[in-house]
Every structure is written in structure tokens, then in C-alpha cells.
Design a protein around this ligand. Structure first.
Ligand code: MN
Length: 315
């Protein structure tokens, strides 16, 4: 599990939680169904079955893999459009290559994040590079869709390339848990991702038996998704395993514990924590577009058809 790892946890800032905190209880825990995306790469639909108002400001999330490809197997997506939201692709293992109709793009690998604000419209393609298709290998990542408020849905497209080395890193007081901040702020530490809608996006790794308490903005929602291994969430220790999403309730902290013994699938309990300030607007989501009304969805299809979201650049 490359992502970003740290040899000497004592060198990191400690995530101290001062005074009394109210640790959030899970409201619901769901199992993410498996499916296929693009040209047929395996995903788990992390938010399937969860009411949209509990996810707000997030709309959709796929866990891509984890899969160990044989040579020739790695797959991506064809060219496709987006409008009205931001796609955040975080690679844990493996490499993904992105190109878009504005000329943006690049290679992300092992802990890098690509943050694409689709805004008014963009075409892009996401695929493993040719060398990885030839070699096969591990592939594991996340694609998260962050909604844009109506006032920002038609902003010009923007691309942020966030290298793994820029993530904000912290450790639990006993060094048993590593906290990687991709976006948002926890205590004095800030993540590099810049968003229209305030959010917190964190990848944590807990060693066997360790406990982590993360202070959480009360005005943000809170979601915990198990990426690998197993453990529990909340003050009463509700079980959470890989492929499960927990929507958390009121409180000002998120509490996680790793199982006392690793479950054989992973040495660590890997969790993605997400939160954001709800946008509280109607959501019309169809295919690659996330707007406020069905008329705006129809307009998006029309604009895409007429080439108003850009065109595929020459190779
Ligand atoms: Mn896409």
C-alpha cells in the first residue's frame, strides 16, 4: 500500500484532541455494491443506497479496485464530458493518466491526487498508461464527485495536480495512526486541495489495535469509508470493514479503532474520512452531469452534442 507512508511517526505533528469531545455515532452503515466503470475496470459504488441529503456536498464515489491486474488487463474510460461539479481522483496504488479538452492532464500515482473542476463543461479521458497496461500490477484509488453550488456550476474548468509530497501529515498521540490530509484543515494542519465548497478529505491508516480521534467541524457532514482491513467507528464501536460506508451523526469528533488483529486482507485499517458544508440545493444528477434542475441536464446534453464543452484534442 504505497500512498504516502512515514518511517518515523515521531517526526510528525501529533493530532491532540483537547477537552471533552462528542464523538459521532453512525446513523447508517451500508455495503458498497461492486460494478464496472469505463471500459470495464472494477469499482465499488461507495455511496449506493445513501440518501443524497446525507451525502451533500458529495454526490458520488467509486473505490477503483483494489485489483491486481495481469499483463494486458488494465482498463480506463473513453473520452466523456462532465459539468456542474468537481472530480477528485486519489491514487493509492498504481498509475492513472488523465487528459482533458483544455489541454490539461498528467500522470498520478501512489498518493497523488488530481482535482478537476468540471464547471461549465469539459471532456476528459482517464486510463492507465501504456507501460502499465503492458505490465499489469496493483491498481487502487478513489474517485469522488464534489458538487458545486448553483452560482459556481458554470465556472471555467480548472485542474489541480496535487503531488503526494504536499499532503498534510499527522500522527495519533501514540503513533499508531497516520493521518493524510488531502483537503481541508484539522487543527493547525491544512491539506493542499482547494475547493469551491469547504470540505475535509482525509486518508488514515491505523495499525492493529490503535485508536484515532479526529476533531470535526460541526457544520460539516461526516462519512467514513473502509478502504482495507477492518475495525470500528464511533464511541460504541460499530463494526466497519472495507467496502462499507458509515454516515455519522451529530458531534465534533470522528473516532476510529483498528481491529486488535489484522483480518488477513490488510495489515492496517485504511479509512477515507470525508466531510463538507452541505450546499442545500436541489440536485439533478444524470450520467456525467450534476445540475440543479432537469432542464439544466437537458441543456448539458445539448451543449455536449454541439461541442460547447470542448472537443477531443489531437493526440
Ligand atoms: Mn470522468
Amino acid at each position: 500500500m504505497p500512498a504516502v507512508t512515514v518511517e518515523d511517526m515521531s517526526s510528525l505533528a501529533k493530532l491532540q484532541v483537547e477537552g471533552d469531545v462528542q464523538s459521532k455515532e453512525p446513523v447508517i452503515i451500508t455495503n458498497a455494491p461492486s460494478g464496472f466503470e469505463g471500459e470495464g475496470f472494477p469499482v465499488r459504488r461507495a455511496f449506493a443506497g445513501v440518501p443524497l441529503h446525507l451525502l451533500d456536498p458529495f454526490v458520488h464515489m467509486d473505490q477503483m479496485g483494489e485489483v491486481d491486474y495481469a499483463p494486458g488487463e488494465p482498463k480506463g474510460t473513453p473520452w466523456h464530458p462532465h459539468r456542474g461539479f468537481e472530480t477528485v481522483t486519489y491514487m493509492i496504488d498504481g498509475t492513472f493518466e488523465h487528459r482533458d479538452s483544455t489541454g490539461g492532464g498528467g500522470l498520478i500515482t501512489n498518493g497523488d491526487t488530481q482535482w478537476m473542476t468540471a464547471g461549465a463543461g469539459i471532456l476528459h479521458i482517464e486510463r492507465p498508461p501504456e507501460t502499465l497496461v503492458a505490465s499489469g500490477g496493483l491498481f487502487h484509488g478513489i474517485q469522488l464527485w464534489v458538487n458545486l453550488p448553483s452560482a459556481a456550476k458554470m465556472v471555467p474548468p480548472k485542474y489541480q495536480d496535487i503531488r503526494a509530497g504536499r499532503l498534510g501529515l499527522m500522527a495519533s498521540p501514540d503513533g499508531g495512526a497516520l493521518v493524510r490530509l488531502i483537503a481541508g484543515r484539522i487543527g493547525e494542519t491544512a491539506g493542499p486541495g482547494s475547493t469551491h465548497t469547504p470540505i475535509t478529505m482525509v486518508h488514515v491508516s491505523l495499525s492493529a489495535g490503535s485508536r484515532l480521534v479526529v476533531p470535526w467541524d460541526r457544520t460539516f457532514n461526516a462519512l467514513a469509508y473502509g478502504l482495507a482491513g477492518s475495525g470500528s467507528v464511533g464511541p460504541t464501536g460499530a463494526a466497519l470493514a472495507s467496502g462499507q460506508l458509515s454516515v455519522l451523526g451529530e458531534g465534533d469528533a470522528v473516532e476510529l479503532r483498528a481491529a486488535a488483529k489484522p483480518d488477513g486482507s490488510s495489515e492496517t485499517f485504511e479509512v477515507l474520512l470525508l466531510g463538507g458544508r452541505p450546499i442545500n440545493e436541489p440536485v439533478a444528477h444524470y450520467g456525467p452531469f450534476v445540475m440543479n434542475t432537469s432542464d439544466e441536464i437537458a441543456q448539458a446534453f445539448e451543449d455536449f452534442r454541439r461541442g460547447r464543452m470542448g472537443t477531443i484534442p489531437p493526440t
